[in-house]
Write a protein that binds this ligand. Structure first.
Ligand code: ATP
Length: 215
């Protein structure tokens, strides 16, 4: 059951399912209500990137110490660098009066569910494509993938969809078919189910899962 903290919204789903597209619209429409947390990374800053704004830039030693101290709700290694989201970074968004949005992959979801602390009672949304074939054409259309990376993303997507479709893993499973329709459903679900401390999530007509998220 969602117990207390409705100020954290986790959005997950296969790469290319449309998470960024839906969240971009949400942030545009409600700039004061939602915020992303600032991640930590051990990679160096790129030109124009500011510490504390784009990332918290830290050494690997410092980051490993923080991980040992359970300061991170999730972390992962990409291209020989560590990346992660700290409890404090999420708290900072909530303290500013906003719902903190985490756009994370399924592995990240599995980690944050074990994190406790600021994640207790977070709301979980899974965005899925109408089909794997449609996902492939969107990823091709986005123009960001090589044949290799496309094959990897589609393999991962099949696994992610099994996790997303498992009852109890998400409060809302949203099939992103028509973008306007999906955005409207997403927006209403999110507005109804975040920043409201006392009541459990309202099941949506397209919620194929029970409103229960195992810890
Ligand atoms: N409902 C939709 N109908 C058609 N195309 C869509 C829809 N939603 C998103 N797209 C397109 O699909 C592509 C993938 O969307 P997007 O980049 O938002 O996915 P994502 O889940 O954020 O992926 P990643 O995890 O890789 O960042 C984009 O080109 C986007 O414009």
């Amino acid at each position: 059951m969602v117990r207390s903290n409705r100020n954290v919204l986790v959005v997950s789903g296969p790469s290319g399912s449309g998470k960024s597209t839906l969240l971009r619209r949400l942030f545009e429409e409600f700039p004061d209500r939602f915020g992303f947390s600032v991640s930590h990374t051990t990679r160096g800053p790129r030109p124009g990137e500011q510490d504390g704004k784009h990332y918290h830039f830290v050494t690997r030693d410092d980051m490993e110490r923080l991980i040992q101290g359970k300061q991170f709700i999730e972390h992962a290694e990409f291209a020989a660098n560590l990346y992660g989201t700290s409890q404090k970074a999420v708290e900072a968004v909530i303290s500013s009066g906003k719902t903190c949005v985490l756009d994370i992959d399924v592995q990240g979801v599995q980690q944050v569910k074990k994190a406790g602390g600021v994640m207790a009672g977070a709301v979980y949304v899974f965005v899925k494509p109408p089909s794997i074939g449609e996902l492939e054409s969107r990823l091709r259309g986005r123009g960001t993938e090589t044949e290799d990376s496309l094959t990897r993303r589609l393999d991962t997507a099949r696994r992610d969809m099994t996790y997303g479709d498992t009852p109890g893993n998400f409060h809302l499973v949203l099939v992103n078919d028509s973008l306007d329709k999906s955005y409207t459903l997403f927006k209403h679900f999110v507005l109804d189910n975040t920043n409201s401390i006392s009541s459990p999530p309202v099941p949506s007509s397209i919620d194929t899962t029970k409103p229960e998220v195992p810890e």
